[in-house]
Design a protein around this ligand. Structure first.
Ligand SMILES: *Cc1c(COP(=O)(O)O)cnc(C)c1O
Length: 408
């Protein structure tokens, strides 16, 4: 059939709409007729987020809900209780506070809301996200101390113990669980024991681990934990959340240094009215409710962990075969299954930008490195990515490595 160019563009536009769940049946049938494929054509994201999400999660967002409507308030309450149950904590002991924005907004909300007015935070830093927390505190004028560790090592427990003993002004301890910079997993249980011994408040950035790595709030003595909608729970970006121990949280009223990021006020308003204080990301919450159903269907945290671990194991073994070297010792238990940093090959033919672009041409996106003392790039194992997708990525990396003559 011959079509005028404008018409062809129009039909291409309709095809692009196909994987959106358009309202009525005649529209759906119309789009089906003009679609060659039911699959979205987006590139696969082997990144730390935003991530590849399922079609059904994206489709769940295709509604306009009123922010003060009961139907939407039900979504909020379902999401909050779904998160507490995923965290395996009870709502009599813990609160779940949803906060607009990306993950950093919730880290900032936690740090600037819960630290006492004259408090001081000990930051345990072994990557860029730990340094980001220091920046947040500096902006807010909140006192802090740092213990900086090499990016390929977990924090030293004796040093934490010594510092807490010798610096009584410290009120809170902050650590990143999965340092997405390198992919290292910090031992929040062991650190929590030391924090508890000194009766400090314990704050966790579990952005890239919550939902995929089992976290025992009681054993780790966690008081506050933040994570985001668009990481291991595989929702779309738009909000993040904090899970807070109520007996500690209730003492934080009036501590906030920011109005819009006031965690305590956000929680009290939500409990009083069932609503957000300010415009909520309605579509992202609808998508997230679906994402919670899908993680449950996959077997919860254990189920998700096992798929990510399969992706990770396959990725590391094939990358090593090809000739790449992981930044962290892959046999060490702290090396994690969320994201892997690989060192740049030593070859003079290496060029990250062209390697990246060749993969992108094949519809796969990887991520630049972030560790400060080595040239690396990163491959993520999270999001709606299967071991099959990972195998495809590695086949392509192998072909590209041959064509670029990276390894002799
Ligand atoms: C992704 C991430 C964040 C938040 O980043 P945003 O870009 O603000 O979503 C914070 N901490 C860690 C460890 C992360 O992986």
């Amino acid at each position: 059939m011959y079509l005028l160019p404008q018409k062809r563009r129009f039909y291409r536009f309709l095809r692009s709409l196909h994987h959106q769940n358009l309202g009525n049946n005649s529209q759906k049938a119309f789009c089906r007729n003009f679609s060659s494929s039911a699959k979205p054509v987006d590139k696969l994201l082997f990144t730390p987020g935003p991530l590849t999400t399922s079609y059904t999660v994206k489709a769940a967002a295709l509604h306009d809900y009123g922010s003060r409507d009961q139907k939407f308030m039900d979504v909020i309450s379902e999401v909050k209780s779904g998160l507490l149950s995923l965290a395996n904590v009870s709502d009599s002991d813990f609160a779940c506070v949803l906060m607009q924005g990306s993950g950093t907004y919730s880290v900032e909300s936690m740090l600037t809301s819960v630290v006492p007015r004259n408090g001081c935070v000990l930051l345990l830093i072994n990557g860029a996200y730990g340094h980001r927390a220091a920046k947040i505190l500096k902006y807010a004028g909140i006192d802090f101390e740092v213990l900086v560790f090499p990016e390929n090592e977990i924090p030293n427990l004796d040093m934490i113990d010594q510092t807490l003993k010798s610096t009584p002004k410290i009120t809170d301890v902050f650590v990143v669980h999965s340092e997405t910079t390198s992919g290292i997993i910090n031992p929040i249980d062991k650190i929590g024991k030391v924090v508890k011994k000194h009766s400090k408040t314990y704050l966790i950035d579990a952005m890239s681990s919550f939902g995929a790595i089992n976290i025992d709030f009681q054993r780790a003595n966690i008081d506050y934990l933040v994570s985001s909608a668009n990481k291991c729970i595989e929702g779309i970006p738009g909000f993040a959340f904090c899970i807070a121990r109520k007996e500690v949280f209730k003492l934080s009223e009036g501590n906030a240094r920011s109005f819009s990021l006031d965690l305590f006020d956000q929680d009290s308003a939500s409990n009083k009215t069932g609503q957000f204080r300010f415009t909520p990301p309605t579509h992202a919450l609808l998508a997230f409710r679906q994402a919670l159903k899908e993680i449950k269907a996959e077997g919860g945290v254990e189920g998700r962990f096992s798929r990510y671990k399969e992706n990770r194991d396959l990725c590391i073994s094939r990358m090593k075969e090809i000739g790449f070297e992981p930044y962290l010792d892959a046999d060490d238990e702290s090396s994690g299954c969320i994201i892997t940093s690989f060192r740049y090959p030593k070859s003079e033919n290496w060029n990250f930008q062209s390697f990246y672009e060749k993969l992108s041409e094949q519809n796969m996106l990887i991520y630049p490195g972030k560790v400060s003392n080595a040239d690396c790039f990163r491959i993520g194992h999270i999001g709606r990515i299967t071991p099959n997708d990972t195998a495809k990525l590695l086949d392509t990396i192998e072909d590209i490595s041959l064509s670029m003559k990276l390894f002799n």
